[in-house]
Design a protein around this ligand. Structure first.
Ligand code: GRF
Length: 199
């Protein structure tokens, strides 16, 4: 059974997709052991608590400096003895010590087809604003392993989504979440939990 930790910062719709997929049985051999957020108000924490999952906040505001925050975050993550860390809308850059400690065991969902519209400054609605500004006809989402870079690790899964006339960033974000993110993130966890990843 793969012990999964999910790191979140916001509404938690990707977390919910994971929990629902496990409940439905489309993701097997995996269990979410903990949900950790940098944001005490993240609704994702409510979703975890409602599901009976350990949910906690480790906020940079509670520490004198970034290093102390990073140490506390890593210490809390380590305390759950996890096999896989899933970044689901987590807006904090992962400290190098965590990447080193969980190398090859951290995945992230990014709301574009990497290498487009990714890297520093590309998160949340900004990704979709950039896609619309560029005039792409197709966008989508990517699940990738996390390395020291920003959205730069090996790609695991991608799913394309059509950009439609009249799309606003909000409409496009919702379509990318519904048609891509909420499908490929659980699918990636299922593949890892069942050793289905092609080397
Ligand atoms: C959304 O912008 C999503 O596209 C990205 O993270 C943000 C929050 O998602 N992956 P969630 O609802 O908190 O999962």
């Amino acid at each position: 059974m793969l012990r999964v930790g999910v790191l979140v910062s916001g509404g938690g719709t990707n977390l919910q997709a994971i929990l629902d997929a496990i409940d439905k049985g489309t993701v097997t051999n995996a269990r979410v052991e903990a949900v950790i957020s940098n944001n005490a108000n993240a609704f994702a924490l409510e979703r975890a608590k409602k599901h009976g999952i350990a949910a906690e906040c480790v906020s940079p505001r509670d520490f004198p400096d970034r290093e102390a925050f990073h140490e506390a975050l890593l210490s809390r993550v380590d305390s759950y003895h996890l096999d896989l860390l899933v970044l689901a809308g987590f807006l904090v850059k992962i400290p190098e010590a965590m990447i080193a400690g969980y190398r090859g065991r951290i995945i992230n969902i990014h709301p574009s087809l990497i290498p487009s519209f990714c890297g520093v400054g590309y998160y949340g609605l900004k990704v979709h604003e950039a896609a619309l500004a560029r005039g792409v006809k197709v966008t989508g989402a990517t699940v990738h392993f996390v390395d020291e870079g920003m959205d730069s690790g090996p790609i695991i899964l991608q799913k394309a989504v059509e950009v439609k006339a009249g799309d606003t960033p909000e409409i496009l974000q919702r379509r990318v979440m519904e048609e891509a993110e909420w499908k490929i993130l659980p699918q990636a966890i299922h593949m890892i939990a069942n050793n289905l990843l092609q080397e």
